[in-house]
Design a protein around this ligand. Structure first.
Ligand SMILES: [Zn+2]
Length: 406
């Protein structure tokens, strides 16, 4: 067993502890507190906190970093993304895999450098599963399904279910995502819910929800840029009728309104819809820098918090964010919502995300028995409010993993 002393510890499960002493044994937290005693390792002027949880990213898109410019509207941004992905895939006869895989490897290193312990990663190809398994990160990889006009939704869902891997022996679990209400048929949403519930009723699922105003318009009357995109891609379903409801009501109708569903973005959600998510114990992942980049808009962060919804934090992919630094995402949240308590955002970047991903027995707080995946953030001598300081924009040079400190 090894005992560490730090100027501060942020257990998340309780208030910050000054002059903190904590003990680790064989990778597990044994104790944390403020009672004196001898330490084996003096960490000095740092705040120790749980490794962060990035609840929404697409690591496989990392090769698109800087290739899709910010757009005025989300449909414009998606059109640019599709061009960039097509160009990357055609690559003048060269196989794109080496570049894509190298970018995946770099992204994983970068996530770790920025203090990330656990990710919720969305993948169409599952190319990230093996690299994540070789890495120190824990993950839920959500195999993302699209299909607005499936010929056989049950068969498509059954094929998707075959990729689910919840085997306990690794730190990477594979579950499913439905892309969004405008790209996945109601019958496919329903079928995906059925096959996952049959497999394991507790498995987390995820969906992009109420990201853009165009999504609301599409659900209301079936028109607008998302319909045009589906038609252009040749996947429009002429027998589909608009549900004429909001995004949360849509989820309710297709059986996706329960606590295992991790909703992402919610930029367009109204207070009454957020209240429904809160009441069902559901999590909303906010990715404000991505929302601003893609033209989806600025998320109503204070509205999220006031509604009492479980609020987690993600960077989204490098196609719509400048980096995978969750501390930078926290700094953006602080700028957008100066009145919200710092502890709400810090919980969002740790235990709320861990709980949503089904990993809260191991990650998200400093508590006895949990994994000692802890980071130490260097503190300037002038800092008086450590929680607020962590929202001020921390970069990799300030972060060390406690296990690496000798
Ligand atoms: Zn996403």
């Amino acid at each position: 067993m090894r005992r560490y002393r730090a100027a501060w510890a942020l257990p998340i499960a309780g208030p910050p502890i000054e002059d903190a002493l904590f003990a680790i044994d064989r990778g597990r937290i044994v104790s944390v507190g403020s009672d004196g005693g001898q330490a084996d390792v003096e960490l000095g002027s740092v705040v120790v906190l749980p490794g962060l949880v990035n609840s929404h990213t697409h690591i496989e898109l990392s090769a698109l970093a800087g290739r899709v410019a910010p757009a005025a509207t989300m449909p414009q941004w998606v059109a640019e993304l599709l061009v960039a992905r097509r160009d990357a895939a055609s690559g003048a006869g060269e196989a794109p895999e080496p570049e894509v895989n190298a970018a995946i490897e770099r992204a994983i290193v970068d996530l770790r450098r920025h203090g990330t312990a656990l990710v919720g990663d969305v993948s169409n190809t599952l190319a990230t599963v093996d690299p994540l398994r070789q890495s120190p990160l824990a993950a839920v990889v959500f195999h993302e399904i699209l299909g607005f006009n499936p010929s056989d939704a049950d068969a498509a869902a059954a094929r998707a279910a075959d990729t689910i891997d919840l085997s306990g022996d690794g730190d990477v679990r594979v579950s499913l995502a439905a892309h969004a209400p405008y790209s996945v048929a109601p019958s496919l949403f329903e079928a995906l819910r059925r096959v996952t519930a049959a497999r394991d009723p507790d498995v987390p699922l995820t969906v992009h929800l109420a990201e853009s105003a165009e999504e609301l318009g599409f659900l209301a009357d079936g028109r607008g840029p998302w319909r045009q995109l589906l038609e252009r891609l040749g996947v429009w379903n002429p027998s589909w009728r608009p549900p004429a409801c909001g995004s949360v009501e849509f989820l309710e109708r297709v059986g996706w309104l329960d606590s295992r569903v991790v909703t992402v973005h919610g930029v367009q959600l109204q207070a009454v819809e957020l209240a429904v998510l809160a009441q069902r114990g559901m999590t909303l992942v906010t990715c404000p820098r991505s929302n601003e980049w893609t033209g989806a808009g600025t998320p109503p962060v204070e509205r999220f918090v006031e509604a009492g919804v479980r609020l987690a934090v993600g960077t989204d992919s490098l196609a719509s964010a400048p980096d995978l630094n969750l501390f930078a995402e926290l700094a953006r949240l602080r700028a957008l919502a100066p009145e919200v308590a710092a502890s709400v955002f810090l919980a969002g970047a740790t235990i709320t995300g861990a709980r949503a991903l089904g990993w809260d027995n191991q990650f998200g707080t400093i508590e006895p028995g949990k994994r000692a995946a802890l980071i130490a953030v260097a503190l300037p001598a002038t800092v008086v409010d450590v929680e607020e300081y962590l929202l001020s924009g921390i970069d990799a040079s300030q972060i060390a993993w406690v296990e690496d400190v000798e």
